[in-house]
Write a protein that binds this ligand. Structure first.
Ligand SMILES: [Zn+2]
Ligand SMILES: [Zn+2]
Length: 122
């Protein structure tokens, strides 16, 4: 495994509520913001020892918005949320792991595929 540090090269909104990060290795990351909020790495949201989530999805507003992004050193981003939460510091490696693109999360489209094939007649 390469230990080369990857970092965001470009950031933009793919669509409303879906944030995109283009990484220095050319990978285009896809991040639905609610998904990011639910996986906030701060001690209040995620147990630091077990990595277990402490927040309940129900406690996060459905239309949570990303209000601000602040670089932390050269290794992380601090995300500020519309629910007032701003203690989550997402390291680049964490962010990369949370990517929801079709390459990183290939199972995501399985359902859609199934639906399409069931429509086929014999
Ligand atoms: Zn948090
Ligand atoms: Zn990806």
């Amino acid at each position: 495994m390469s230990t080369e540090l990857i970092e965001p090269r470009d950031m933009n909104w793919i669509e409303k509520g879906v944030f995109g990060i283009e990484w220095s290795d050319g990978h285009k990351g896809v991040y639905p913001v609610r998904h990011l909020r639910l996986r906030c790495p701060c001690a209040g949201c995620t147990d630091e020892l077990t990595g277990e989530l402490r927040i309940k999805p129900d406690s996060i507003p459905l239309l949570i918005m990303l209000k601000d992004i602040e670089p932390v050193g050269r290794y992380a981003l601090r995300l500020k949320w519309s629910d007032g939460h701003d203690t989550g510091i997402y390291t680049f490696s964490t962010l990369r792991r949370l990517c929801q693109c079709d390459i990183c999360e290939p199972n995501k489209d399985k359902k859609a595929e199934k639906k399409a094939s069931s429509r086929r007649l014999l």
